[in-house]
Ligand binder design. Structure first.
Ligand code: ZN
Ligand code: ZN
Length: 97
C-alpha cells in the first residue's frame, strides 16, 4: 500500500491555474492576481479571444473557488482584456481600431 497524499513540497508548490501542474520556477509564467499560468495555458479574453501575455495587467475575470488536493484555488470561467474593458467603458468600440 502506497500513500496517495501529497508531499509538503508538492502542496506548497505554485500550480498552473489551468492545467493544475506544478509551475517550475525556471519556466516563464503569466500572472493574473494570485494565479499563475504556463505560457501555453494562458487564459483568453472572452470578447476578442486573444491570450493574456506575461506581465500584462488590467484584465478582469470571473471565477469560482474550487477545492483541490493541495488546497483552495480559483477556477476562472470568463476573462476580459484591458482593451475590451476600455472599449466597453468608452462605449466606442471603433475608437482604437
Ligand atoms: Zn499549465
Ligand atoms: Zn479582449
Amino acid at each position: 500500500m502506497s500513500s496517495t497524499s501529497l508531499k509538503a513540497s508538492e502542496l506548497l508548490a505554485p500550480r498552473c491555474a489551468d492545467c493544475r501542474e506544478v509551475v517550475e520556477a525556471s519556466v516563464p509564467v503569466v500572472n493574473h492576481g494570485d494565479l499563475q499560468f504556463h505560457i501555453g495555458c494562458s487564459p483568453r479574453c472572452n470578447t476578442c479571444g486573444r491570450a493574456m501575455e506575461p506581465g500584462e495587467g488590467g484584465w478582469r475575470s470571473e471565477g469560482r473557488v474550487v477545492w483541490e488536493p493541495w488546497g483552495y484555488t480559483v477556477r476562472l470561467s470568463r476573462l476580459w482584456c484591458e482593451q475590451c474593458l476600455g472599449n466597453a467603458t468608452l462605449g466606442e468600440p471603433q475608437a482604437h481600431a
